[in-house]
Design a protein around this ligand. Structure first.
Ligand SMILES: Cc1ncc(COP(=O)(O)O)c(C=O)c1O
Length: 404
């Protein structure tokens, strides 16, 4: 949706945009908090096209899977936060990713994608895209030279996740965008681990940003949602490529919850970072921890890039121990504060073991050099820790008890 009708404009600070962006008091009642419009359909008073491809911003609401006033307010807020022209909010991060991949790639196209990333995205790209005649090359995008070397005449898209799942690797967005631009390819960035407070990929040259709103932007672990942000031309192409017909509409109630969560995103990201820095330092000094990856630590191999590309180091830490399965069992049984659970970016701290054999065989399908390099960092498996908003000393105490 074109966002020219915002209540406030993007010359405001990010905290102001997070609170007010996209929202307007209800014109009938003056209600300050956005209304939740749950209606699936709308009474129309003029002839209306029955095709989503003919919609524009002035098209009256017709059907909530196409557009809805509450969802539109969320889309406007996200546009302001990411400095994007257009946003499509949808049912989940995976709905956003598949909307982009299936909407923009056609048979005969080539996709370059990070060798390790969110497993759902890895599975779509490795298993489903080739069935549609799309060639996929996984490369370690943390080195832009690898992207350059993998480019082909038919490369239509480069997909990166930065910081990445689960190894917290970074990709230089500006460098990747230059490579994409020279080849007339699109750069898509899954920025879920970052959030717009940390990095705004479109300002660094990316063409498309993907978010799982389920994570930092929603922030409270109670609503699944996703979003694609790009130019209006690209989001129209994604709609034309079937995104709304695939049916992944976000519930207006979830859109409302995520909008409420997003209002405190800058505030939360400050505490996520502060806590994560303390926890990362604790883990780094712990004798039973073999490796810690956190972009804010000087020991992170891309700390310099992190300082350049991230306004805040976010709250995601990866660490490795010997015998990870036995530590995972202790965590399941003995953690008091940190939940042993998947997902991330919530106010609660979450930790989960991502076992290497499982990921390599089911999601990443890596072999040769890429597999060796993955195993060198991940060993038998890594713990992905999403540091929450509890008191840092309580999180540390909880982890210390289970790490022995
Ligand atoms: C980086 C990243 N992208 C996409 C997704 C998928 O999001 P969702 O679970 O909202 O579909 C996730 C989920 O963990 C993720 O971590």
């Amino acid at each position: 949706m074109n966002m020219n009708k915002n209540s406030i404009t993007n010359n405001k600070g990010i905290s102001t945009l997070a609170v007010h962006g996209g929202e307007t008091p209800d014109p009938q009642t003056g209600a300050s908090s956005p209304n939740i419009v749950m209606s699936s359909t709308y009474v129309v008073d003029q002839p209306t096209s029955f095709s989503v491809t003919n919609m524009d911003d002035d098209t009256p609401y017709v059907y909530t899977r196409w557009a809805n006033p509450t969802i539109r307010q969320l889309e406007r807020k996200l546009c302001l936060l990411e400095n994007a022209e257009s946003c499509l909010a949808c049912a989940s991060g995976m709905s956003a990713s598949s909307g982009v991949l299936f909407g923009l790639l056609n048979s005969g196209d080539h996709l370059i994608i990070s060798e390790s990333n969110y497993p759902g995205t890895a599975e779509i790209s490795r298993q489903l895209l080739p069935k549609n005649g799309i060639d996929v090359t996984p490369v370690d995008t943390s080195n832009p030279e690898n992207i350059k070397n993998a480019m082909r005449d038919n490369t239509r898209m480069i997909w990166i996740e930065t910081p990445s799942n689960p190894l917290v690797k970074l990709t230089d967005i500006h460098a990747a965008s230059r490579i994409a631009g020279e080849a007339n390819a699109l750069l898509a960035v899954d920025s879920t681990f970052a959030s717009p407070v940390v990095t705004r990929p479109l300002e660094l040259g990316a063409d498309i940003v993907i978010h799982s709103l389920t994570k930092y932007i929603g922030g409270h672990g109670d609503a699944i949602g996703g979003a694609v942000l790009a130019s209006r031309q690209i989001t129209s192409e994604i709609i034309g490529g079937g995104m709304l017909h695939h049916g992944g509409a976000i519930s207006p109630f979830n859109a409302w919850l995520i909008m409420r969560g997003a209002a405190t995103l800058p505030l939360r990201m400050r505490t996520h970072q502060e806590n994560a820095m303390q926890v990362a330092k604790f883990l780094e000094s712990h004798p039973n921890v073999e490796l810690v990856r956190y972009p804010g630590l000087a020991s992170h191999p891309q700390h310099e890039l992190a300082k350049k590309q991230m306004n805040n180091f976010s709250g995601m830490i990866t660490f490795r121990t010997a015998s990870p399965q036995s530590y995972a069992k202790r965590m399941m049984n003995d953690l008091e504060i940190v939940h042993y659970a998947v997902s991330l970016g919530h106010h609660r701290s979450l930790v989960f073991l991502l076992e290497t054999d499982d990921l390599i065989s089911s999601s990443y399908k890596l072999d040769g050099k890429l597999e060796r390099e993955y195993r060198e960092i991940a060993g038998q498996g890594v713990f992905r820790l999403s540091v929450g908003l509890e008191d840092a000393e309580d999180i540390i105490h909880d982890l210390d008890r289970v790490l022995g």
